[in-house]
Structures are given as C-alpha cells and as structure tokens.
Ligand binder design. Sequence first.
Ligand code: BGP
Length: 496
Amino acid sequence: MEYYQINQKFLWGVATAANQVEGGWNEDGKGMSIADCLRYRPQIDSNDYKSVNTINSAEIKSALADKSSKGWAKRHGVDFYHNYHEDIKRLADTGISAYRFSISWARIFPNGDDLEPNQAGLDYYLDLVKELAKYNITPIMTLSHYEMPLNLVLKYDSWYDRKIVEYFERFAKTVIDYLHDYVKYWIPINEIDSIIRHPFSSAGLIEDRFLGKNFESVIYQAMHHQFIAAAGVVKYCHDTYPEMKVGCMVTRTTVYPYNSDPLNVLKATKMMRDVYAFSDIQARGVYPTYLIKKLQKKNIHIELQPGDKELLKENTADFVAFSYYSSVCTAYDTKGLKVTKANRTVGVYNKYLSESEWGWQIDPVGLRISLIDLYDRYQKPLFIVENGLGAKDELTDDDHIHDDYRVEYLREHIKEMLISLTQDGIELMGYCIWGTTDMVSASSNQMSKRYGLIYVDLDDNGNGTYNRYKKDSYYWYQKLLRYGNKIPESFLEEKS
Ligand code: BGP
C-alpha cells in the first residue's frame, strides 16, 4: 500500500475567529467592536459583500443604540464564550494538534486606547489556551481578525490614524506577554489584503468619515499603518521571545486566465501581482516597485515616517499563512461571460470547476498551485490556516448531518496538499480546516452558510437551541487524523 509520509511536526487543525463564534459581545468588560455593527440583511445578496460589509455613520449610530444581540449575528456568534470547554473537548476528540483562533481586541482593550487592559478578557484567553494545552493542542493566535474596538473608529480614524499603530502594539504586547508560556505562533492581522476589498469590516474605515479625501488613498495609508503594526509585532517577539514565530496572513486568490489569449494571461498576471503585493511587503520587507508605480499612477502617496522602511526590512514574517477556498478566473474583456465571486473576489466562471451554493468555485488543484507559487516566491514555511466549504447543512430527525459534499471538498483539497507536501519540495507547517463548530459567515453574517465540523442549531435570525451535533465530516477528519504521519493514499482516493 502507498502512503503519504509527513513530518511528525505537521500541525493538523481547525480554525475560527472570535467575532464569528464567541458571542458575549458586551460581557465581562468587553467593548463594542466593528463586527458588532454588522448584521445579516436578507434583502442583500449574501455574495454582495460590499453592500453587506460597507456601512455608514448613520448605521453605526443605530448599531450603537441597539443594546440587544437579536438580529446581530456576530454579537451572539454560537456562544462559544460560554461553551468553549465543551467545544474544545469535542474538537480535541478528533485528534487535532492545532487550533487557530483570534483574540477579540475589544475584550482586552474595550476602547482600544485604554491605558490598562481588561483583566477579565486576559483571564478568559489564558483559560482558553490552558484548555488547549490540556489536550496538547497548539494555539495559532491571530491578534486582529476583523474585530477592532469601535471606539478607535469613532474617536480616531481607525487605521488611517498612525496612533492606532501604538494602540495595536499595546494590545499585542499585553497579550503576548500574558500568554507567552502557552502561545508560540502569532499572526498579527488576518488577511491583511482584505482592507482593499472590504475596508470597514476589515479595518474599520467608513467612507463618509473621510469626505473631501480620496478614500482609496485613505485605504492605502491605513494599509501602511497595518504593515508597520505587524512588523512591530515581529520585532517585539523576536527581541523578547526568540522561540516565537510570527506569520503574515493573506487571502490566497489563485487567478487563472480565461483562455490562452495573451491579453487574458496578462490580466491574470497583473491580478496576481495585486494578490502578491501584501505578502511581498511582509515576507520580503519592501514595497514592490510595481505597487509603488501603481499608486503613483493613481496619484496616491503613502506617508512614511523615519524608520518605517528599516522596520519593514528588518522584521519580515517567519512564515506565510493563508486562507484558500477557491480559485478565480479572469478575462481582459468579460462581456458576455458569467461573473463569479469567491471570498470577496470577482472573477468569471471557470467551466472546468463546480461551485458551492454560494457560487465559490471548487478547485483542489488550485490549492497545490498556490503552495508551489507561494513557496517558490518566498522560500519560507507556509501554513494553510483556512480551507473549508460553506454549505447549507441539514440536521436530520435522528440528529445527523450527512455533509458528504464537505467530506468530498476536504478529501480533495487535503489530497492535493499531501501530494504537494510530498512531491513539490515545499515546506508546510500545517493545515487548518475552516471551521470548528458552525459560525457566523464573515462576508454575509449568516449562520446558514455553515463551515463547521460540528453543527450548531441556530438560524440566520438567531433562533435555535445552540445545541451542537457532530457532522459526518467530523468523523471523517477524526479517521484521517488517526493515521498520524503515515496516511494511506487509498483513504484520500475514496469517495465518501
Ligand atoms: C475568510 C475569513 C474568515 C472566514 C472565511 C469564509 O476570508 O478570514 O473569517 O469567514 O473567509 O468566508 P465567509 O465566512 O465569508 O463565507
């Protein structure tokens, strides 16, 4: 029998984000975050992420006025905050060795600019990482995953204001110091490139607060401040805890040309440069010339402070983490072509691929292409920290969820990953399925777009028992992990 022989240290995990699972949005001293202002709006196409995730100052006011969590999916999540011992026990029973999650910044510094941290918040995350340690699960900790304190948006201008760098570093140093005995892997900012696609839900930027300014230049200035803050985390960890590893994290979009027309290939090549720009800056430590030229052409000038260039250059990421869900096809002229959207990236339909119920095209080979691309570009260890399928799962009368479509998605993607790991000469630290239990979708704020290995009885309007039920995919992953570092090829050949 043939096997995939993998490194003992390879981390098999699951992943989630505080704002999508925790709930407890205003408990134990937590302040309001930008995620608490986003809600499911059935009248908007759930893939029209710009409308769903772009809100104005008036909508912020009504969110502030509403003290309930009813109708605010990310305020209640799946109540992980009160169920995390049991949830982690269930997930530990699959045999995972890693758990990627984020710290809610507003649980630690409720207003973002507080001088002292909220002790209850620190203690919650300390207990959480101790719970993981009980099961020998390695935490992969994201510091900012779309959940910055709302006060930083209202009192400052969010990441556009350089002061946020100072507040973020205060937050980062506080939690790194508090949790350093348990957490060795850190990711400063989730999908740092997402600020371009959804500036509010990613970085708290509200266009009507910048009237008279070119909003695109506001976004790029804010982007620079995020890079500086992330490099500051790398520097702090390397100086203070040399055993720690700090990764950059990007949305991995693999772009194909619609056909071999050189104009389409050129379009795909240029789109890939936009994807690479963010990991280039963090993995190489310099702004790529093509990005500088692109900004010059747009008459966008990023203000750098003395020392910024050196900080970026001397504090590059130790590893390159990324989320992968789908590939995207593009064409120079999209007239008459079917438009698709996957993870907030617009493309054209690829006739060689199937798609999810949300139209995200399913491309396991694209994951292997991504691994080869990224490793060849950076020669740094890679980490797949998100890969999963959002689907409308059904709970049967006898409390089962037969998500064979998710098992198929995971089987095919894990197979391509293992082929790449064993044949393509790459370095890969681990693989985390997105998600853990079901959770609130980042882009649509829906519960019905389910990613979990564990089903949660809750609907888009927050109705349900919150009871948890293991899906068929949970048992499949458990079977896979039981093979340890020697996985029979046949296991990944089988259709579920
Ligand atoms: C990534 C985010 C995650 C997660 C995932 C799935 O971009 O980092 O937070 O949500 O997308 O997307 P969605 O939840 O929008 O279906």
